[in-house]
Structures are given as C-alpha cells and as structure tokens.
Write a protein that binds this ligand. Structure first.
Ligand code: NAP
Ligand code: G4F
Length: 322
C-alpha cells in the first residue's frame, strides 16, 4: 500500500491533497503541530480515514521519528508560515519553518530511506519583481518578501538534494490557488467573505490594500492533482503550475460583488494598513511544461472560482455553519 506523509495537512492544500490520495487508496498520515485548540476544521470529515500524528518542521527529531515509524513512500511538504504580510513581522520564524524546515525534512529522508519521494511546495512568490512575463521554470527569481526569500531557499535546497544525493525531490512552483477553504486573511477569501457579510447585513464595508496587484489565480483542488502527478514521474524535476491567465484584485472584487448584485465601488475602502513594504505587482504563469510532461491542466476557470467562493460563504454565513 502506498503511504503518503503530508505536512500542513490542516491547511487548504493539505485537506484537498488528503482527499485526492484517499481516493487513490493511499494510507494518509498527516503531520499536525501541537496547539491548545483544534486546527482540524478543514479535515474534520477525513478524521476517520487518515492518521494524524504530532510533529513540527522546527523539530528535526520529530520528523526523523515519523519517517522511521510510518515509512512513507511519498512525503508532501506543504507546511509553511504561508501568509506574506506576517513574514515581515516574523521573518526569522518564517525562515526557520518555510526555509530550514525543508532541509530538516530532506535530512530526515536522507537518514531514514533515500527511496522516499519528496514534494516541496514552492511558490510563484519567488518570482517577485518579475524578470520575465510570463514566468516559467527558467525565469530568474527576485523575491520581494521574507516569505519569498524563504521559499527560494526551500526550492534550491530541494534541487540541491536531488543533485547531491540522488533523491527523488520535486519542486512545484505553484501560482496562487484558492478555494472556499482558503484562509480568511488572503485577499480572495477576505473579499468573498466580505461580500457575503455585506449582502447579509453583517458588515458595512470591506477594507483592502492594493487593488492593482495582478495574480494568476486557480482552484486548489486542481493544483493538488499536479503535486501527485509530479511524484508519479520517472524522474524528479521542477514544474510551474498555473492557469496562464492573470487578473487584478479589482477584477476579483467586480465579479465577487457583482455575483451578489452589489457594486464593489460602494463598499470597498482603501486602507493603507493592507499595503506591503514591497509588492509583487504581476504574476502570470507559463505552465506549458506541466501541460506537456505531466498532462496536467486546470479545470476550474477564474469566474467559476470566484462565484463558487461567494456562494459557499453566503451558504456558510446564512446557515450559521462553520
Ligand atoms: P496554509 O493553508 O497556510 O497551510 C499551512 C499549513 O502549514 C497548516 O497546516 C499549518 O498548520 C502548517 N504549519 C505551519 N507551521 C508549521 C510548523 N512549524 N510545523 C508543522 N506544520 C506547520 O497554506 P496552503 O495555502 O495550504 O499552502 C500549502 C503550501 O503551499 C504552503 O507551503 C504554501 O507556502 C505553499 N503555496 C501556497 C500557494 C497558495 O496559493 N495557496 C501558492 C504557492 C505555494 P496549522 O493549521 O497548525 O496552522
Ligand atoms: O492573497 P494574498 O495575501 O496572496 P499572496 O501575497 O499573493 O500570497 C499567496 O500566494 C503565494 C503564491 O504566489 C503563496 F506562495 C502564498 O503562500 C500565498 O498563498 O495577496 C494577493 C494580492 C497582494 O498583491 C496584496 O497586496 O492581494 C493584494 N491585497 C490587496 N488588499 C491584499 C489586500 N492582500 C491581502 N492579504 N489583504 C488585503 O486586504
């Protein structure tokens, strides 16, 4: 039986990846960090089918112990301090988890079993002040946040262990991907949650930062399929995963508010607090390598993504479900 160990299983992507791997008859082991409150909101429906274990990317021993005990065939390293603004307030912690945490997992694999296949969750945030449009696997990195810098380290240490120790270590350079399970602080979910609250009379306005920023937004459920495909190849490699389209935060607002018969201009208030010390203005992927080598393509388009997120937030808030 294939055994997958997922770090970050309580996060957006971890929950979709666990569902995908269960549907493929994997035994799924999810690493959860110790907390005084439960972080199982996104995986509550899976708890009977997966094994959750305590571990932390800060702690080398916990990772070694987990690999020894569960002997996974595949490790998906999705855990990170993943919110870009927090990385300016907690840059050292971000580097410790998001950068050095990758090395700790790779070291654990090197010591326990070099046959374990490894997936690293790299990010389009590494392209930062983009050196090329669109961005592909060969585009140079120019990160613009401590998070982006940490992800560049995580990416290159993955490539380095692939080349130094012959590990099967793949890096997925994923562009922004969203869903109704996205954290509420990220701009897409902040907007769809805000739209639902305004429509239901629970909130009067929505305070946002830079509306001009452009992102290549896809659906998280489609992107976890690409992660799995990367580990089914004959050789490990790096792949850009995105839709090849870009849209501004303003466009996202137009569609989201419009879907609820509202005009975003009447509700969105610009707030300096949500501007960043250094911005990533434009991201747009060239996913042609993934299309041709992995046979992967996104299914959910931009407008469908936005409207589904609004609908789910309306449903959640109007029925009082979580
Ligand atoms: P997310 O929802 O923020 O989930 C992050 C996960 O990491 C959570 O399960 C969190 O646990 C866990 N975690 C944080 N610190 C940890 C630590 N020290 N030890 C163990 N676990 C820890 O992120 P996501 O959107 O699912 O993204 C998954 C991965 O892809 C991340 O590495 C992210 O940086 C990367 N990525 C995301 C996108 C995107 O658009 N979503 C794009 C490119 C790359 P708690 O639940 O306890 O907080
Ligand atoms: O939704 P965001 O916070 O995502 P960001 O910074 O692009 O990072 C996400 O995608 C990365 C992949 O490129 C991941 F690696 C990372 O882990 C994360 O998942 O912000 C998107 C854009 C930014 O340009 C930001 O300035 O939206 C702009 N924005 C405007 N107003 C806002 C807001 N962002 C947030 N979070 N909140 C606002 O009020």
């Amino acid at each position: 039986m294939a055994v997958a160990l997922i770090t970050g299983i309580t996060g957006q992507d971890g929950s979709y990846l666990a569902e995908l791997l269960l549907s493929k008859d994997y035994k799924v082991v999810g690493v959860v960090r110790r907390s005084s409150t439960s972080a199982f909101e996104r995986i509550e429906h899976l708890l009977d089918d997966i094994t959750t274990v305590q571990g932390d990317l800060h702690d080398q021993g916990s990772l070694l112990g987990l690999l020894e005990e569960y002997r996974p065939t595949e490790v998906y390293n999705l855990a990170a301090q993943s919110f870009v603004p927090t990385s300016w307030n907690q840059p050292a912690l971000t580097g410790d988890v998001t950068a050095l945490g990758v090395t700790r997992m790779l070291e654990a694999i090197r010591f326990v079993d070099t046959k374990i296949k490894f997936y690293q969750a790299s990010s389009s945030e590494m392209f930062g002040r983009v050196q090329e449009v669109p961005q592909s696997e060969s585009t140079p990195f120019y990160p613009r946040s401590p998070y982006g810098v940490a992800k560049v380290y995580g990416h290159w240490i993955t490539v380095n262990y692939r080349e130094s120790f012959d590990l099967f270590a793949s890096s997925g350079i994923l562009f922004n991907h969203e869903s109704p399970r996205r954290g509420l602080e990220f701009v897409t979910r902040k907007i769809t949650d805000g739209v639902a609250r305004i429509k239901l009379g629970m909130q009067k306005e929505l305070r946002l930062g830079n509306l001009k920023a452009q992102r290549d937004w896809g659906f998280a459920g489609d992107y976890v399929e690409a992660m799995w495909l990367m580990l089914q190849q004959d050789q490990s490699d790096s792949f850009v995963i995105g839709t090849g389209e870009t849209h501004s935060v303003r466009e996202f607002c137009e569609i989201a508010f419009g879907h609820a018969d509202l005009d975003y201009k009447e509700y969105v208030v610009k707030d300096e607090r949500f501007y960043r010390p250094a911005e990533v203005d434009l991201l747009i992927s060239d996913p042609s390598k993934a299309y041709s080598v992995l046979g992967w393509e996104p299914v959910v388009g931009f407008k469908e993504l936005v409207t589904v997120m609004v609908d789910e937030d309306m449903e959640r808030l109007s029925t009082g479900t979580k």
